[in-house]
Design a protein around this ligand. Structure first.
Ligand SMILES: [Zn+2]
Length: 273
């Protein structure tokens, strides 16, 4: 789930913001796919599981192309793409003419597989992680933001205000607001993290389609009141207030979304209910 998350497309395709007119014939995306992406992803997932579980130990040789083709029924292209993906992840090293081996220090890079988040519980897990990071980001931003950073954050706040007036769920504007605060920490890792999880950090887009009548302007005004408290704390250069305001915003936001998602019938994880 990221910027290309289909749940975000509805915003892009809105009448105020139509897609650019392109002739479909010319785009490569409209050409038939040679190898279904799904097979490669599936093979990568299986090999990764064998490596991270230790079934394929560091230094072990991967099954040969022929073995994998025979066992799985996929094409050579799929096997090669999968091995290339594992190499890019540094899970596998290839030796010319010899084959592919599990890397000696195969350590999986940190990753949240956003495509695998299906239940509300998964979504809440990511929100909790985000909450932890953004609380600290707000505190650092209060200490470190330049005057220009504060102007940018205020500009994003105003853009949310405008969007709410248009009855727009303000997903993009909200994301920009949180990114502007991450930037103001002057630590690029915060922004990288937000970019990584993308607009997924604004989970109302996931439930918006199903809950538009429920998610009223009143709801959006509550978000915005919380944003205002964050901006005020940043302007006052109070790290403790900024942390507290960000915490309130994200914890409340989580609660609201749990409620909305349940009302919309989004699958819940029974362990959390
Ligand atoms: Zn927000």
């Amino acid at each position: 789930m990221s910027y290309d998350d289909p749940t975000g497309w509805q915003g892009i395709k809105s009448p105020d913001n139509p897609l650019p007119k392109t002739s479909p014939e010319g785009l490569s995306v409209f050409q038939p796919l040679v190898a279904p992406r799904g097979l490669t992803a599936e093979l990568v997932a299986r090999l990764t599981a064998d490596i991270t579980s230790g079934k394929l130990a560091p230094g072990a040789r991967l099954p040969t192309e022929q073995e994998m083709i025979a066992a799985t029924g996929v094409s050579r292209t799929v096997v090669r793409e999968a091995v290339a993906a594992l190499r890019a992840e540094r899970l596998v090293v290839t030796r010319q003419g010899v084959g592919a081996f599990v890397a000696e220090n195969a350590r999986r890079p940190f990753r949240i597989d956003l495509d695998q988040l299906s239940s509300l519980g998964d979504l809440i897990d990511v929100m909790e992680l985000r909450t932890a990071l953004e609380i600290e980001a707000a505190g650092l931003a209060a200490d470190r933001a330049t005057a220009e950073d504060i102007r940018k954050i205020s500009g994003c706040f105003d853009a949310i205000e405008e969007a709410i007036k248009r009855n727009d769920p303000a997903v993009d504007q909200d994301f920009a607001f949180h990114c502007a605060i991450a930037d103001a920490t002057r630590n690029p890792q915060f922004k990288r993290f937000l970019d990584y999880i993308g607009r997924f950090v604004i989970p109302r887009q996931i439930v918006w389609g199903k809950t538009a009548p429920i998610l009223s302007r009143t709801h959006l005004n509550v978000f915005q009141k919380e944003h205002r408290e964050i901006v005020q704390a940043l302007r006052a250069r109070s790290a403790s207030q900024a942390r507290a305001a960000m915490r309130r915003h994200l914890v409340n936001s989580r609660k609201r979304h749990e409620k909305l998602a349940r009302m919309a019938g989004v699958r819940n994880d029974p362990a959390r209910s």
